[in-house]
Design a binder for this molecule. Structure first.
Ligand SMILES: Nc1nc2c(c(=O)[nH]1)N[C@H]1C(S)=C(S)[C@@H](COP(=O)(O)O)O[C@H]1N2
Ligand SMILES: [Mo]
Length: 258
């Protein structure tokens, strides 16, 4: 594994050198036997990763339109009160951007319009809150795996962290920022989407406008609302309370499988 990663670093280094010299990148790279070998090894790494992930791709149950709950209650924050969010909301999120960074090759910012223009998945699933209520809703959004492929995860990345716009309850370190995290198995799961629509309409503020996570094999508190920034990290210990989520830092399980 570490040798493969070293090769991959070598590949990245070569790419930078070729462009720095002003050479036509592709021709130079493809003729270089070390680069050819590095490309094959990077491809092998990708293939093995995907094989590993496919074994974990069992789908959460999906329902029909007739099953959609007439009332889907909102829980936790239903209106972030921070000045930044209020400003974004007042302009219908036209100035909002999702930031994707951390251990990625190409850090990116995406507007809501750009996200809505991307290929989307729609799924009707049951949301189970740990407090003992459930509701069925239809969610439409961009598969997280597609976004991660386009920004390119660095080999050290192990978790995806979701930073939200709301401060919920200031305990612990005096910060109450809501955040969540999932591993790469869930990040590339086909039902893991960044939802911009619910039941065929733009997300309401109470349900996490303009964008929320849906990770359907886990409980309600993993479904982070009010997404502002996504970060790829190697480990979770450096963030807030170190347990990978707002509620996890307050004693809940990190893997909240249903
Ligand atoms: N940013 C943020 N995300 C959040 C919460 C929150 O308070 N803030 N609450 C969580 C909990 S406990 C649940 S059950 C669901 C509720 O989603 P809903 O309001 O759309 O029903 O959102 C989850 N995601
Ligand atoms: Mo919840």
């Amino acid at each position: 594994m570490s040798r493969l990663i070293t090769r991959r670093r070598f590949l990245i280094g070569s790419t930078l050198t070729a462009s720095a010299l002003g050479l036509s990148g592709c021709d130079v790279l493809v003729e270089n036997p070390s680069v050819q070998q590095a490309l094959r090894m990077a491809e092998g790494l990708t293939m093995r990763t995907q094989r590993l992930l496919l074994g974990d791709n069992a789908l959460a149950r999906e329902f029909t339109a007739a099953d959609i709950s007439p009332v889907f209650r909102a829980n936790g924050t239903s209106m972030p009160d921070g000045a930044q969010y209020q400003e974004l909301l007042s302009k219908q999120f036209s100035q909002w951007q999702l930031e994707i960074g951390g251990l990625v090759e190409r850090p990116t910012k995406l507007s809501l319009a750009a996200l809505k223009a991307m290929p989307a998945r729609t799924q009707i699933t049951r949301h189970d809150c740990v407090e003992g209520w459930s509701a069925i809703g239809q969610w439409t959004g961009v598969p997280l795996g597609n976004l991660l492929h386009s920004v390119g995860l660095k080999p050290e990345a192990r978790y995806i962290v979701f930073h939200c716009a709301d401060e919920f309850e200031k305990t612990l370190d005096g910060s109450g920022w809501y955040y969540e995290s999932i591993d790469l198995v869930d990040a590339f799961h086909p039902q893991t989407i960044l939802a911009h629509s619910m039941n065929g309409h733009d997300l309401e503020v109470a349900h996490g406008a303009p964008l929320r996570l849906r990770v359907e094999r886990q409980l309600g508190y993993k479904q982070a609302k009010y997404l502002m920034r996504i970060e790829a990290v190697a480990d979770l210990s450096q963030l807030y309370g170190g347990n990978g989520g707002f509620w996890e830092d307050r004693g809940y399980e990190w893997y909240a499988g249903i």
